[in-house]
Design a protein. Structure first.
Length: 70
């Protein structure tokens, strides 16, 4: 990274500038944000699907006439 004071390039693992001894800012570690999705669908979509599946299954069990069963 470049020294903020003298613009000299320093290796990333250096804490101070080799030229002017200025303390170098630590490189910001970019934490890769985990995408809140699974198989291309966001979590809430899966939750909605699960709820719908549960409701549909329950409807099948308790009210077959409502979902076109027997
Ligand atoms: Zn420097």
């Amino acid at each position: 990274m470049d020294c903020p004071k003298c613009d000299t390039w320093n290796p990333d693992d250096k804490n101070v500038c080799w030229r002017c001894q200025t303390e170098l800012p630590k490189p910001v570690e970019k934490k890769p944000r985990k995408p809140m999705s699974f198989l291309g669908l966001p979590r809430w979509a899966w939750a909605a699907l699960a709820v719908m599946l549960i409701l549909w299954t329950a409807a099948q069990c308790f009210a077959p006439a409502l979902v076109g069963g027997r």
